[in-house]
Design a protein around this ligand. Structure first.
Ligand SMILES: Cc1ncc(COP(=O)(O)O)c(C=O)c1O
Length: 358
């Protein structure tokens, strides 16, 4: 069962966005609450969008095929292993709708990215949450123990949002082998390009081997095009076909153009990774100096302990026009700050110093 507080967590985001008053001259809001990447879109993505703008009237789109082929070639898969969608949230909700309806259950960690658990719960499915371990890592053994004949899917976010922790590839691969005969395993790799060794962390090899596994990826993070809504799934052709049959919308033309340009732009991706990693190092170091407990992060965000309900911290920051994301479950003292531009992180650290001093 999803809990009441879990549902509150989603709405907490909207509740902390300051409402602009007409005619008020205010410094800009610093958005450190949604794990966006302010370094995007890349110049090549912007050029591609400009060049395509006159085609905005048309529905159908060859670029879905182009992007599918590009991703398949890069990942050592076939185009029929690739599902292109309007952001990976759509993919995760679609999976919940297909695999965890009709009395089937979803097993997920807590805290984690809640799009899939929330959708499953709101569509009448049951969610079996398993708290992270003492080191804030997903507890794969406990999650495996929750899998029964009623389980439709298991959601593993790696690196996990909001903890920033990674589960070791060997442990995750063993988990997939144990669980996939009974239920679809969904591994959310939204932040995979930001980890130190993506090729050793991804579980893509098991998709190549035809396991009952779906990997979720997105262009919203390292590519910095969250607002253009492009994500993709990698899985067995029968799983991909099930998603295609149930999809609701068609991909956005301009988003696809941006994704195709960005996918080929190794320089931009390296730049993006470098900026995120510099901001994470700076923020973690600042927490160290403030003696604030934090979890070393493999994503573009850092989870830290505010030592009181994190909603208070978020309110304090909101008063300084900085948005952060309070995490309310399983305990409510932790808060997540996303990596913005370095000067935004400096503003965050200065404000945080004031909070933790008082
Ligand atoms: C783990 C995880 N998966 C998926 C998403 C959503 O990405 P998209 O913009 O592709 O819907 C996010 C966004 O924060 C996320 O943290």
């Amino acid at each position: 069962m999803i809990t009441r507080r879990g549902l509150i967590q989603a709405s907490a985001l909207s509740a902390i966005v300051p409402v602009a008053q007409a005619g008020e001259a205010q410094p800009p809001i610093i958005r450190l609450h949604l794990n966006e990447n302010p370094y995007g879109p890349s110049d090549r993505a912007k050029d591609a969008i400009r060049a395509a703008i006159n085609d905005g009237w048309a529905y159908d789109n060859e670029d879905v095929i182009v992007l599918r082929r590009m991703i398949a070639a890069k990942e050592g898969l076939k185009p029929e292993n690739v599902f292109i969608c309007e952001g990976s949230t759509e993919l995760l909700r679609l999976v919940a709708a297909i695999f965890t309806s009709g009395g089937k259950e979803l097993v997920a960690g807590l805290p984690t990215f809640l799009a899939m658990p929330q959708y499953a719960a709101r569509s009448g499915g049951k969610v079996r949450f398993v708290n992270v371990d003492a080191a804030m890592r997903l507890d794969l053994a406990a999650m495996q123990a929750k899998v029964t004949d009623d389980t439709g899917a298991v959601y593993v976010c790696n690196p996990n949002n909001p903890t920033g922790t990674l589960v070791a590839a060997a442990a995750l691969n063993a988990f997939i082998v144990a669980v996939e005969p009974r239920a679809l395993v969904v591994v959310d790799e939204a932040y995979i390009d930001l980890v130190d060794e993506p090729e050793k962390t991804t579980v893509i090899e098991q998709v190549r081997q035809g396991k009952n596994l779906l990997i979720s990826r997105t262009f919203s993070k390292i590519h910095g095009i969250a607002g253009l809504r492009v994500g993709y799934g990698l899985g067995r052709p029968d799983v991909i076909r099930a998603l295609e049959e149930r999809r609701i919308s068609v991909p956005n033309r301009l988003g696809l153009k941006a994704a195709i340009a960005s996918h080929q732009d190794a320089d931009f991706l390296a730049f993006s990774r470098m900026m995120v990693s510099a901001c994470v190092a700076y923020t973690e170091d600042a927490f160290e100096k403030m003696k604030v407990k934090y979890i070393p992060s493999s994503g573009n965000f850092v989870l830290f302990d505010t030592r009181q309900t994190s909603v208070n911290f978020a309110e304090y920051m909101r008063g300084r026009r900085i948005l952060v994301n309070p995490v309310l479950e399983p305990t409510d003292t932790w808060c997540r700050v996303s990596m913005g531009r370095m000067e935004q992180m400096e503003a965050f650290v200065e404000a945080a110093r004031g909070f933790f001093k008082s």
